[in-house]
Design a protein around this ligand. Structure first.
Ligand code: GLN
Length: 494
């Protein structure tokens, strides 16, 4: 029996054992998977050949439904594959199934799913958060029900679940990976990301999907891609060493050292920085003062875009109609369909977004949030030593070549995964604070990876904390490379 077939069978067996964790909304049939492994093995010699890759259920596939974990799209089947799925299939990968998520990508713990929560079980047997919104993808990878998975990251939805599940979660620079066939949540922030057990696998998947796509108007043009590649090559030639082998200037954002940071996370951060320094890299404190406002700006902008995107689900053009006559004498044709078809969190976002876009609130919320977003982008550009390749000239306030930093290193989430029970006792909006460390890179469209770092404290023995590496736009490979180094770190002897 071939090795690939053996690995596929192992994943299929793990899907059965871990079914209770609810990682998949729809799994591919085992027979179909094994048949595809056989054909893929003969056809192709890419790194993804015969590999089982799970796909978040807001990414369209023709052979399986695409529900977005919602009631309204419960029966939706796409007539086409998303470009990313097409690319994976062309590389010989096999879609393992469609993974659970927070409805339409809105949430941080994968508890807002019309198909029930995806979750994990900790060392003490407690049911704990899988993170969200790509919680199903994270659980599927962590429990080896697949080799890797696709997720989407609008404000942290790949990085946060990866941090909670102890795996790698990579969000590429905005615009590198096609969003065609990916159900929109907030277009200006949405990215397709990768969840995997190590950075090498994440890079293999990323390489297969990182390409211009004419069907996606926000896909980065081939000419810009080559310009960025040339600039990076020139910089690394000038420093006469390959990236990663030169001592790097590591930025430590002091503004990310927030009061909510749990002691275990802070300890892991300090250890990571110490280990980076012991490898010869230098550490530099940087201040990104807009960080606290970034979260509020995100929670104005993302719901605003969402309320507009979700307007099409009305049971007429898209979506499952509610039974019985819709509308009433007061006149809204689809209020019952939309009222019943969306879950609480999605309804909250639609209402919030509709309000911030209304004429009375526009200036005070939406416009201000856009300003904060610009501020966040500028602050990042002011600390990186490489200029932002999307700006024609060096941004005002751009640092000197020898003063800037190469990457930022900071935690992914303020704490360890909460138990599902604890979540029931908190208000839904309390979950928003979990995104405080991931949202800034999303607002600026920067590449960021979360890698697991061991925590050696006695209480959390065996647990890991997600450590985030953020880079300048287009420096995705460097981010993955540094992430790979950080992910190798073992806990120091106590
Ligand atoms: N938790 C954030 C939200 O609910 C991020 C979600 C995401 O990245 N899709 O909006």
């Amino acid at each position: 029996m071939s090795l690939l077939r053996h690995q596929a069978q192992k994943c299929l067996a793990n899907q059965v054992t871990n079914k209770g964790l609810n990682a998949f909304i729809t799994a591919s049939s085992p027979d179909a998977v094994l048949r595809q492994v056989e054909t893929a093995s003969e056809a192709n010699d890419s790194a993804l050949r015969g590999r089982l890759i799970a796909v978040k259920d807001n990414i369209c596939t023709t052979d399986l439904p695409t529900t977005c974990a919602s009631g309204i799209l419960r029966n939706f089947r796409s007539p086409f594959d998303a470009t990313v799925v097409e690319k994976l299939r062309a590389a010989g990968a096999i879609v393992a199934g469609k993974t659970n998520l927070d409805e339409f990508g809105m949430g941080s713990h994968n508890v807002h799913s019309a198909f029930g929560a995806a979750y994990q079980v900790d060392a003490e047997g407690r049911e704990v958060s899988a993170g969200g919104s790509s919680g199903g993808s994270a659980v599927a990878v962590a429990t080896e029900q697949c080799w890797a998975a696709l997720g989407t990251d609008t404000g942290g939805s790949v990085r946060l679940p990866a941090a909670y599940a102890g795996i790698v979660g990579f969000k590429p620079s905005y615009g590198l990976v096609s969003r065609w066939g990916v159900v929109a949540y907030a277009n200006s922030l949405d990215t397709v990301g990768v969840l995997a057990r190590d950075t090498a696998a994440a890079k293999q998947v990323f390489d297969a999907i990182n390409a211009h796509d004419a069907s996606d108007p926000t896909s980065l043009a081939p000419s810009t891609r080559s310009r960025i590649r040339a600039a990076i090559a020139a910089r690394s030639a000038a420093s006469n060493n390959g990236a990663g082998s030169v001592p790097l200037r590591i930025g430590v954002p002091t503004t990310y050292n927030i009061a909510e940071l749990s002691p275990a996370v802070r300890r892991a951060w300090i250890k990571t920085l110490r280990q980076l320094r012991s490898l010869g890299h230098s550490l530099h404190a940087v201040s990104l003062p807009a960080t606290p406002s970034a979260l509020s700006a995100y929670y104005v902008l993302a719901p605003a875009e969402a309320s507009s995107n979700l307007a099409k689900y009305d049971g007429v053009r898209y979506g499952t109609r509610a039974a019985g006559p819709d509308g009433d004498d007061s006149g809204v044709l689809f209020s019952a369909t939309r009222g019943r078809g969306f879950g609480d969190e999605v309804r909250r976002r639609i209402v919030l977004g509709a309000y911030t876009l209304s004429s009375e609130a526009m200036d005070n919320y939406f416009i201000r949030a856009q300003r904060v977003r610009r501020l966040v982008q500028r602050e990042f550009d002011a600390v990186f030593r490489a200029p932002n390749p999307l700006l024609a000239a060096a941004a005002p306030g751009q640092v000197q070549e020898d003063e800037g930093i190469d990457v930022l290193v900071c935690p992914t989430a303020p704490g360890l995964p909460p138990s599902l029970q604890a979540l029931k006792e908190t208000k839904p909006v309390d979950a928003y604070v979990n995104d405080v460390l991931t949202v800034p890179a999303s607002l600026a469209g920067l590449p960021a990876v979360s890698v697991p770092v061991a925590v050696d404290g006695s209480k959390e023995q065996g647990a890991t904390v997600g450590m985030q590496v953020i880079g300048q736009y287009g420096h995705d490979d460097l981010v993955l490379e540094v992430g790979g180094v950080v992910g190798e770190f073992k806990p120091e002897a106590a």
